[in-house]
Ligand binder design. Structure first.
Ligand code: ZN
Ligand code: ZN
Length: 336
């Protein structure tokens, strides 16, 4: 056991995927902190945030970090006496630690904790054979889904859930989704299950087809106008240039939620056209553990259709390259 080595992809020098910022290492198994589980990775989703970490769109927090924060794994050690048992399947998500004491944590907004830490950014994540997680931040997972379909739920799904909450969608409301990748295709299903009408705007013809199959009322190109004014819109594409069209699509009193951690610059807005009549823009910052539990509970009750494209762990760089080029259908998932 002492000599056992594992594979782990590390961000050597953040930069465009064409510069090969990731390198696969052979290294010892991770050493857990006292409150952490060691987990054997069964599947790890590939999130756009991994691309931002790898390409350097967001600042380096841990040099040489192992990306990956949609981890489905099996508890190998650390479970005894805690909430999880050895051998149990658990989920590891983006939010890794919070202080529990600041004004945000105390009021139930731990996603805003200034001392929060993140998996695959502040600590090594799931682009590896093994990883660790603080037991208090791991999730029990619903039955009825294979590992590869659970992985995207852990960020794409949870963030979509929170974005939908932030978008203030009224019961039976009209929702526009800009971009239709891993997160949006899950969010659409949540909204549809809640009785919403969903319009999808995306440049990918394959994604438009999937949107219609899942029950969207209309589909259009990235900057097209939905066929009716909407109560809520969510921008999943990291394209600030789409903000004015998304605001223009809102009905009076409507809300636009910006779901990404990174967005290109937003063009100048016109007050009368884009904001007056109480149209609102809201950002979405990570999620609380409560969001995660609420969403996974929903996923247990409503079997979601999770569109995945599989890559062996050895092809993590290819998966991120495909994501950068918008070539991934649904959610990319790495399998060790
Ligand atoms: Zn805090
Ligand atoms: Zn993510």
């Amino acid at each position: 056991m002492d000599t056992e080595l594992m594979r782990a992809w590390r961000v050597r020098r953040p930069g465009a995927m064409s510069t090969h910022p990731l390198r696969q290492m052979r290294e010892s198994l991770p050493r857990p902190a006292a409150d952490e589980l060691v987990v054997r990775v069964l599947a790890c989703g590939v999130c756009r945030t991994d691309l931002h970490v790898t390409e350097g769109d967001i600042p380096v927090h841990r040099p040489g970090v192992v990306p990956g924060h949609e981890v489905v794994g099996q508890v190998i050690s650390g479970g005894d006496g805690g909430p999880f048992e050895t051998g149990q399947r658990v989920g590891i998500a983006w939010l890794r630690r919070t202080c529990g004491q600041c004004r945000y944590c105390i009021r139930g907004s731990e996603n805003l904790c200034p001392q929060s830490l993140y998996t695959g950014w502040d600590a090594d994540g799931g682009y590896a054979d093994y990883t660790t997680v603080p037991a208090d931040y791991a999730y029990p997972l619903p039955d009825g889904y294979p590992d590869t379909e659970l992985a995207p739920l852990l960020c794409a799904g949870i963030i979509g859930w929170r974005a939908l909450v932030r978008a203030n969608l009224p019961p039976g409301g009209r929702l526009a989704l800009y971009g239709f990748g891993a997160s949006a295709h899950l969010t659409a299903q949540i909204a549809l299950a809640q009785g919403a009408t969903v319009h999808v705007l995306t440049r990918s013809p394959q994604a438009r087809e999937l949107a219609l199959e899942l029950g969207a009322t209309s589909v259009g190109g990235a900057a097209d106008v939905p066929p009716e004014p909407v109560d809520s819109a969510i921008l999943f594409a990291p394209a600030g240039g789409l903000v004015p069209s998304a605001l223009s699509a809102l009905d009076r009193g409507g809300t636009l939620a910006l779901a990404g951690i990174h967005l290109t610059d937003i063009p100048v807005l016109h007050y009368q056209q884009h904001l007056f009549q109480e149209r609102q823009i809201r950002s979405v910052t990570a999620n609380t553990r409560q969001d995660g539990h609420d969403f996974l509970h929903f996923a247990a009750e409503h079997r979601l259709h999770v569109e995945t494209t599989h890559y062996p762990l050895d092809q993590a760089d290819a998966a991120l390259t495909d994501l950068a080029a918008d070539r991934v259908h649904g959610a990319a998932v790495l399998i060790p």
